[in-house]
Write a protein that binds this ligand. Structure first.
Ligand code: NDP
Length: 283
């Protein structure tokens, strides 16, 4: 039976470390500040934004939420980003995705000052991740790395398989595993015989968005299985990409959904905010 990796308690530990660092910075006269921008009234986005606001408050980070109507124009949004870029109270800026269809998300991200890009989505920061010399960790992949580290299993020399190649999860995930000397394969919707590739993995990361895509026959006995997916099952319950009940007896370590990767993403975002505050103040 696999050891369950408790993302909630690991995230709580990271948050505690962040809170201590925020307090230490405050003692040096720096109040860490974050701005969250939400355009429109998507209910799921509103929940995510609220969670981020709460997480900031719990760790002593000053936060301001900018709620903009869904009719906001590109120019208005870029003007707000420019104001936040210039605001010394704000060290981290994040724009909640998805934006309404008439807004160009890529362009908006490219207007965030890379020094304040706590999501690490700006091309400058993505490039830094690629060369392994980065200021900001990409939040979800960095959270996954913390979870892998918590098992005591070293990535070095391991066969790692990442299922999913998005810019925010799959690709940076593969890079972080590579930086730790894993032998990494990235799979996607056109991969042939996904099951056979996954079965080779000593570390398997699923980041697809399809419930029960990863079944027990796709998992090498004893593997570390990390489930990034967030889906709703037929009963509307939150679930991941891994068929948890079936895979648990085969894997060596496994993350649950909820309570695995999810709590880590926000914890790593807070870590980036405090790092941004430190750097912007020459500390
Ligand atoms: P995307 O939709 O951007 O990417 C999904 C990837 O999965 C694509 O690369 C796609 O391939 C691949 N894929 C789709 N179907 C298959 C298949 N049948 N076999 C193999 N690969 C397939 O999603 P994201 O990366 O943004 O997110 C992935 C999941 O992680 C989602 O459930 C999302 O909600 C969740 N998530 C969770 C977070 C957390 O904090 N826990 C944070 C971010 C995301 P192709 O490129 O060929 O289309």
């Amino acid at each position: 039976m696999a050891v369950r990796i408790d993302g909630k308690s690991i995230a709580a530990r990271v948050r505690k470390e962040v809170a201590e660092e925020v307090a230490a910075l405050k003692a040096q006269g720096v109040e860490t500040g974050m701005a969250v921008v939400l355009v429109g009234d998507d209910p799921a986005s509103a929940i995510y934004v609220n969670n981020k606001k709460k997480a900031c408050a719990e760790t002593g980070i000053y936060s301001e939420v900018h709620l903009l109507p869904k009719e906001t124009t590109q120019e208005e949004l870029l003007a707000l980003i420019a104001r936040l870029n210039a605001d010394p109270k704000i060290h981290g800026i994040l724009v909640q995705s998805p934006l309404p269809a008439h807004l160009d998300e890529k362009l908006v991200v490219e207007h965030i000052d890379p020094k304040k890009d706590v999501d690490a989505f700006h091309a400058y920061n993505v490039g830094r991740i690629m060369i392994g010399d980065y200021t900001f960790l990409p939040c979800t992949p960095a959270g996954v790395m913390e979870l892998i580290h918590s098992t005591g299993v070293s990535v070095e020399g391991k066969r790692c398989v990442v299922v999913g190649r998005s810019n925010i999860v799959g690709k940076p995930m593969a890079m972080l595993l590579l930086h730790e000397h894993g032998t990494v394969t990235v799979c996607h919707s056109r991969t042939k015989d996904l099951a056979a590739v996954c079965r080779e993995a000593e570390i398997l990361v699923a980041a697809v968005g399809k419930a029960k895509l990863i079944t027990a026959d796709m998992v090498k006995p004893g593997a570390v299985v990390i489930d990034v997916g967030m889906n709703r099952n037929e009963n509307g319950k939150l679930c991941g990409d891994v068929d948890y009940e079936a895979v648990e007896p085969v894997a060596g370590y496994i993350t649950p959904v909820p309570g695995g990767v999810g709590p880590m993403t926000i914890a790593m975002l807070l870590k980036n905010a405090v790092r941004a505050a430190r750097l912007q103040n020459g500390l």
